[in-house]
Design a binder for this molecule. Sequence first.
Ligand code: ATP
Ligand code: MG
Length: 158
Amino acid sequence: QPVAIEEILSDAVERFSISAEQKNIDISFRFNDHLPKIYGDRDQLDQVLDNLISNAVKYTPEERSITVSARRRSDGFVVVAVSDRGIGIPQKDLALIFERFYRVDKARSRNMGGTGLGLAIAREIIEAHGGSIDIDSRYGWGTTVHFTLPPYVPEVIR
Ligand code: ATP
Ligand code: MG
């Protein structure tokens, strides 16, 4: 069923408004007009956004910012970015970060809670939707996760 990505994103940002506020983190949300609808499972896509935004909030110190944005790529795909100015991920860990149960440095993760499944689940869901997901990070500076989703193409009635 066709879903509006703007709505999924703004609802997700809303769900994290209290936990972000508790850390004085501002989550801003931007999207271009005329985003195509995408074809997807609302509950699963909510899960992806919850996993990505919860990471951004969890791994970002107080007073820093998070940005959630969406744009239409020239091939029609929607590109979503969840970007933070948090602790970042060391280069050596980046290639492994989507593996189930993989967490950067047990010491830093231990007191954060979680199991190391969030990104693995996000990747499974996005790929099942025909999209892709990747992560960019600079240790000590911040992290951006991008994912794409194909546009909904209405069936032509002949
Ligand atoms: P879970 O999501 O199951 O609660 P988790 O957050 O540890 O646990 P993932 O979401 O899969 O697991 O993330 C894997 C690891 O990647 C995290 O433990 C953390 O070290 C690192 N990570 C993920 N997102 C970020 C981020 N935005 N900034 C810094 N590190 C991150
Ligand atoms: Mg997580």
